[in-house]
Design a protein around this ligand. Structure first.
Ligand SMILES: [Zn+2]
Ligand SMILES: [Zn+2]
Length: 468
């Protein structure tokens, strides 16, 4: 078996689980405008927009963005009206529905939204509680749908919680509403800081809450009841930061002051204008205070994946003496030295899915037979050289394998484990799920024992693949 066929993984997704947005988005003027803007972005990255892998990217991105922001066109009224029904057992007095305090709690609604600072999707779990009053109860499935109306917009966690809370309060008119959101934002670094820090992957976790009525203040202990009910079901709200406790939960805020692209220090103003027009096409106002810096931040992030933004410092290594010492037994007189299985595991990487223009990230494990280990810094350079481009996971895996193979003479195995942001925004990402790809060359393709030996040397758990 050689390296996996490129594109296999995404084909499976597209034939199998890809969630198609409703008919009608395609061909609409807003969609076409976004497609044009995405073409500008791709060209700004030095890509050929007619290349097979990315030909459909503008349409995919446009559909995902419009589907992901459809909340601008939805009305809570349409969802809640008709879903409010009188509950006979409910006393007209406040809060006797379900026993203690009459609190009704719906936990663990898994949803996603778009960060208004960087335009990347973020995941959140929504927990809603309310104390019915006036004999009005709402169909529980509606709570999730109402939350989704506000999630499918460009958002910030606290505003999202506030909007869900006040909409529910307005329509249900209960004695109190409590909304708690646990949010996960990918902690992506700038290219510069990624190259400097060894472990710059992970998730920013923020917990926000919003309440009305009995939850407006905590006099009656309503919030502690509510949190107890969450903890009782194993919902772990520890280790979440309160949003107010950090300057900004979006990492793009902290590197927005960095100088522009790593190539020439200048941002491509055409790309910035293109993002501006995308915001308009989604129904947003780019001059809204929170969105003012968003196009520049988005372009800065994207520019990390410019076709030529990262020079691989192989220099003399590939063609110089370095390689000879890796391939051959360089010490005369020592004839019995065997080639050893050499491994380098858990090298972290970032890349950008060329089908959806969203990041994927994770760890690479490299195994090869050689007399001497390749310096870790060189392997890292190879991973970054191929990572910081528009990619698909299979190709990235194969390119790393082939390049290492050129250093050590053929016997190479590469395992790449990745989490894909594009799966979040298509609603099919289970928290913490990941995709593994494998490329095998030389002895590894022929010898199952060699493969087993390498796979056994892999760490049991990879770092920071998904939120937890
Ligand atoms: Zn963000
Ligand atoms: Zn993708």
């Amino acid at each position: 078996m050689g390296a996996l066929d490129e594109g296999h993984f995404h084909e499976v997704l597209e034939n199998g689980v890809e969630l198609e947005p409703p008919q009608g988005i395609e061909g609409q003027p807003e969609t076409l405008a976004i497609e044009d803007a995405v073409k500008v972005l791709l060209q700004g990255l030095g890509e050929d927009i007619n290349r097979e892998g990315i030909k459909k990217t503008p349409l995919r991105v446009a559909k995902a963005l419009r589907e992901g922001t459809k909340g601008y066109k939805q009305k809570v009224k349409d969802i809640v009206e008709g879903a409010l029904f009188p509950e006979a057992g409910l006393d007209a007095a406040v809060g006797n529905a379900g026993g203690a305090g009459g609190l009704v709690v719906v936990r663990d609604l898994d949803l996603f939204s778009y960060c208004e600072s960087c335009l990347l999707p973020f995941q959140f779990k929504c927990h809603v509680g309310y104390i019915p009053s006036g004999q009005r109860v709402v169909g529980l499935s509606k709570l999730s749908r109402v939350a989704d109306v506000f999630a499918k917009r460009l958002q910030d966690p606290q505003r999202l919680a506030n909007e869900v809370c006040s909409a529910l309060h307005h329509w249900i008119k209960p004695a109190g509403i409590a909304v708690v959101l646990q949010c996960w934002h990918m902690h992506f670094p700038s290219l510069e800081s990624f190259l400097m820090e060894s472990n710059s992957q992970g998730w920013l976790k923020v917990l926000v809450r919003s309440g009305t009525g009995a939850f407006e203040n905590d006099k009656g202990g309503s919030w502690s009841d509510f949190f107890s009910l969450l903890k009782f079901r194993g919902i772990n709200i520890d280790n979440f930061l309160a949003e107010g406790s950090i300057a900004s939960w979006c990492p793009s805020q902290s590197w927005s002051s960095l100088k522009g692209s790593s190539i020439n220090g200048q941002l491509n103003s055409g790309m910035v204008t293109a993002v501006d027009s995308i915001l308009r096409s989604l129904g947003e106002d780019p001059s809204r205070e929170e969105l003012v810096g968003t196009p520049v931040r988005f372009v800065k992030w994207l520019t990390n994946f410019q076709n030529t933004s990262f020079e691989m410092k192989l220099n003399g290594f590939v063609y110089g003496r370095g390689v000879d010492s890796l391939k051959a037994n360089g010490e005369p007189g020592v004839n019995h030295k065997q080639e050893q299985l050499q491994t380098e595991v858990n090298l972290s990487f970032w890349s950008q899915c060329e089908h959806h223009l969203l990041p994927f990230y994770g760890v690479v494990h490299i195994g090869y037979f050689g007399f001497n280990p390749i310096p870790k810094s060189l392997l890292k350079s190879i991973v970054h050289f191929y990572g910081f481009k528009l990619q698909v996971q299979e190709r990235l895996t194969r390119q790393i394998a082939e390049t290492v193979s050129s250093l050590v003479g053929g016997d190479v195995m590469v395992v790449l484990e990745a989490g894909h942001t594009c799966m979040i925004s298509r609603g099919i990402e289970k928290f913490g799920s990941s995709t593994a790809t494998i490329a095998v060359l030389g002895r590894f393709s022929a010898d199952p024992n060699a493969r087993a030996m390498f796979l056994q040397s892999l760490p049991n758990s990879s770092t920071a693949l998904g939120p937890s």
